[in-house]
Design a protein around this ligand. Structure first.
Ligand SMILES: *Cc1c(COP(=O)(O)O)cnc(C)c1O
Length: 390
């Protein structure tokens, strides 16, 4: 059976980089994540060059590996922090508190106090209840207000759970001022791996509306936080970072004129994803029925080992096999005893028919939301290991 698929896998499965990865991985037990920090640096610089006026707050939940955080610290990045544990990690790496924001709308009052005690002065909020906590635990802090977005067009949407409508936010803003906080700006997140750049237009239109309504109440906001959503290189093609930056810059000027407010951006995936490759092994290749159209290929890594973003087959990782020759279409699954641990079934992946049990498999673009999502000892499998490839 030959494949009719035309995935642009040559982008990943050929060339010097693939050779280097294969050589480095050779003697190491799978599965593991290989991280190339140099690529993180490239992504950071590319974004900075294309949005020179923006302050980058790396969303560290995407990949909190010390080497990545230290590199971004050296390059001048700020950090979007979601928990006290992330905060402690950054402090231990010598990042100063002025370079951090507490970007989680869901936080305990004690944790707000902890952030305050460590010197963090910038907090997100999206509710009256939360802003009351901030006012008690971090008096006088700067706050920004997260507006609810649709998340349509995103491969990994973040809709519904975060943010509130402009009406709610305006009331929260007035309360913040009354409580002695500093209403500072507005944030949003258009959904992760957002392939429709127009979503920033819609979001910025609501931000502008909120700026105007605040002004009518005597509150002058001075910051826009563009959130995350910038793309990494999975199988579905996207525009490049330069196109995203140019288009978003256009929207900013359309709504805010020539002189922009302070601009913050919080990339996670677009900074970290391309730098990672999960190296796995084929545990089993089998057929469910004698005349089955597609064989099943079971890897030693799956949904619980770091590939949870294959949920509903949301993200299509480029998967490279080492065998060569004519291809067949297969179903790919993980190694655990949970039937949800199937990676790709509705979308069949091409695999050379000569691929065999024991072969190595290379899963690209796995530097974000993989190791930090992997479960701990489900079925006894240890957490995903990682190595740094210089
Ligand atoms: C996760 C997160 C991000 C990063 O989003 P990406 O799509 O990975 O770039 C940015 N901001 C906030 C508040 C987040 O929770």
């Amino acid at each position: 059976m030959t494949s009719s698929y035309a995935f642009p896998l040559e982008r990943f499965c050929d060339g010097e980089r693939f050779e280097k990865i294969r050589r480095f991985s050779n003697a190491k037990e799978t599965p593991f994540l290989l991280i190339e920090p140099a690529l993180v640096g490239d992504k950071y610089r590319e974004l900075k060059e294309n949005l020179p006026f923006a302050t980058i707050y790396y969303a560290m939940k995407a990949n909190p590996t010390n080497e990545i955080l230290a590199l971004l610290r050296e390059l001048g990045s700020n950090f979007d922090v979601a928990t006290r544990y992330e905060l402690d990690q950054l402090l231990s790496l010598g990042v100063s508190p002025e370079r951090m924001s507490f970007g989680n709308t869901i936080k305990k009052e004690a944790d707000i106090a902890y952030f305050r005690s460590k010197g963090i002065g910038l907090f997100v909020t999206d509710s009256m209840e939360d802003v009351e906590k901030i006012a008690r635990a971090a008096p006088g802090a700067k706050v920004f207000f997260r507006v609810l977005t649709e998340g349509s067009g995103a491969d990994w949407p973040l809709s519904r759970k975060f943010g509130a409508s402009p009406d709610v936010l305006l009331a929260v803003m007035l309360r913040a001022r009354e409580l002695g906080l500093v209403p500072w700006g507005v944030s949003f997140h258009v959904g992760s791996q957002q392939r429709d750049i127009k979503q920033w237009d819609a979001a910025l239109s609501s931000v502008k509306g909120l700026f105007d309504r605040a002004k009518a109440e005597g509150i002058v906001l001075s910051m826009i936080n563009l959130g995350g959503g910038l793309p990494a290189n999975y199988i579905e093609p996207t525009q490049g970072i330069a196109e995203y930056a140019a288009t978003i810059t256009g929207y900013l000027h359309k709504y805010f004129g020539k002189t922009l407010p302070e601009i913050i951006i919080e990339p996670g995936r677009s900074i970290a994803a391309d730098s990672g490759i999960i190296v796995a092994e084929i545990v089993l290749i089998s057929k469910k029925t004698c005349d089955a159209a597609n064989r099943w290929v079971y890897l030693d890594v799956g949904k619980f080992g770091g590939l949870i973003e294959t949920l509903d087959e949301a993200l299509h990782y480029p998967v490279c096999f080492t065998a060569e020759g004519p291809q067949e279409e297969v179903i790919i699954a993980g190694p655990t005893c949970d039937s949800m641990d199937i990676l790709y079934e509705s979308r069949k992946y091409p695999m050379p028919s000569t691929a065999a049990i024991g072969d190595r498999v290379y899963i690209f673009t796995t530097g974000a939301y993989t190791q930090s999502y992997s479960s701990v000892y489900f079925n006894g499998f240890p957490p995903l290991k990682s190595y740094i490839l210089e």
